[in-house]
Design a protein around this ligand. Structure first.
Ligand SMILES: NC(=O)c1ccc[n+]([C@@H]2O[C@H](COP(=O)([O-])OP(=O)(O)OC[C@H]3O[C@@H](n4cnc5c(N)ncnc54)[C@H](OP(=O)(O)O)[C@@H]3O)[C@@H](O)[C@H]2O)c1
Length: 225
């Protein structure tokens, strides 16, 4: 039977591919983004604002959501290229990155816990990054802090909501083969490399979703060879 997935970041990149995959495999997808979702039902919301977070929670409050797939995110302008310079990164940028990558996942999860509990095997899966680990930091301070913070938040959510029956997982990938990453490699903004195939990331999500209620995959790290 088809499940219902709430996919944050359904308009581009990883979230769009995840949304397309689950629609194509017969599931209902509610896709959150500011610009139109690529697949499924579009729920327009800006997760960097309290109003956007509240809109998401209220919109699905009477639904059964089988999984929150928090696949969206943001980073500093020019991040991961020579163009990024910390001294030119303003307060508003730090705020936006941490709002979207750390605060929104916490607050959306809190707001969805009752809704998730209606599922027979609910999960919350978040996209982290390898920069969220010791010795993995990059010069993009806000992005690094947001991904460290996300890992800590999810560890804590697992403790705080013990007994709710929800599985919590963070997937921390290296560069993933989104259109933007492929273009960055092609143009030379990124060094020559082979990014992680989207199919491998999607298979990781599928695997976590299919595990029983009795196990938590706390984190999965996907490294490029
Ligand atoms: N791509 C990679 O290689 C890679 C590697 C490691 C980790 N990650 C992580 O994966 C996540 C997604 O990366 P991506 O490459 O897929 O990015 P992307 O192509 O830029 O897509 C980001 C998605 O997040 C949504 N989003 C951003 N800000 C939002 C906001 N304020 N409100 C609602 N939605 C918002 C965007 O929708 P709208 O703009 O339409 O709102 C879009 O759908 C990020 O957290 C990133 O750190 C990516």
């Amino acid at each position: 039977m088809g499940k219902t997935y709430l996919v944050v970041g359904a308009s581009r990149g990883i979230g769009a591919e995840v949304a397309k995959h689950f629609v194509a495999t017969g599931h209902r997808v509610i896709g959150v983004s500011r610009t139109p979702a690529i697949a499924g039902e579009w729920l327009k919301a800006d997760v960097s604002t309290p109003e956007g977070i509240e809109k998401i929670i209220q919109s699905v409050t009477s639904e059964t959501i089988d999984a929150l797939l928090y696949m969206g995110g943001t980073w500093e302008a020019g991040a991961f290229t020579d163009a990024f310079e910390i001294t030119r990164s303003p307060y508003a940028e730090t705020r936006r990155v941490i709002d979207v990558n750390t605060i929104a996942p916490i607050e959306i999860t809190k707001g969805l816990m009752e809704t998730l509990q209606r599922s027979s095997n609910p999960k919350a899966i978040f996209i982290g990054a390898l920069s969220g680990f010791d010795n993995g930091a990059t010069k993009e301070v806000a992005n690094t802090a947001s991904k460290f913070g996300l890992r800590g938040a999810v560890q804590s959510l697992r403790v705080a909501y013990r007994g709710y029956g929800v599985g919590f997982s963070v997937i921390n990938p290296g560069n993933v083969a989104t259109a933007e990453v492929l273009d960055d490699i092609q143009s030379g903004r990124f060094a020559a490399q082979t990014p992680i195939p989207m199919a491998d990331l999607i298979q990781t999500i599928e695997w976590i979703l299919q595990l029983s209620r009795d196990v938590d995959v706390s984190e999965v790290n996907l490294r490029q060879r």
